[in-house]
Design a protein around this ligand. Structure first.
Ligand code: AMP
Ligand code: ZN
Length: 116
């Protein structure tokens, strides 16, 4: 996906404040953080959203890679002891603004029990 902003970040064509990356995933700080810790966990393969991932032959592997990377990022960012929240926005009502699947990892302060 030539014009996808997260594909460009994954290819290094747009700078990002990277936490880490491997062959399959890149983790970088959100440009508009909503909490002291707010990073995005993004597969390097372009998959638009959760519904597309479910149709992808590699969907299970990619999904697990995202969760593994989230756990690794939590440790690197020091929120593994006190906890954090993972969010996936899907589609219009879900508030998805970048059509390349990603998890938000948010933490660094008590987030409360409410979801919205
Ligand atoms: P979503 O609304 O779930 O699709 O999340 C997209 C997120 O990407 C938002 O929280 C944006 O602040 C973030 N974002 C957009 N462009 C960039 C960028 N160039 N670098 C880092 N984060 C970005
Ligand atoms: Zn993409």
């Amino acid at each position: 996906m030539a014009e996808c902003i997260f594909c460009k970040i994954a290819r290094g064509e747009i700078p990002s404040k990277k936490v880490f990356e491997n062959d399959q995933v890149i983790v970088f700080h959100d440009i508009k953080p909503v909490a002291p810790v707010h990073v995005l966990i993004v597969p390097k393969k372009h998959v638009s959203d959760l519904l597309s991932l479910e149709q992808d032959a590699n969907g299970p592997a990619i999904a697990w890679t995202l969760f593994q990377a989230a756990a690794e990022a939590a440790g690197k960012l020091g929120v593994d002891k006190k906890g954090f929240r993972l969010i996936n926005n899907c589609g219009e009502d879900g508030g998805q603004t970048v059509d390349h699947i990603h998890l938000h990892l948010i933490g660094g302060k008590p987030l409360g029990e409410g979801l919205i």
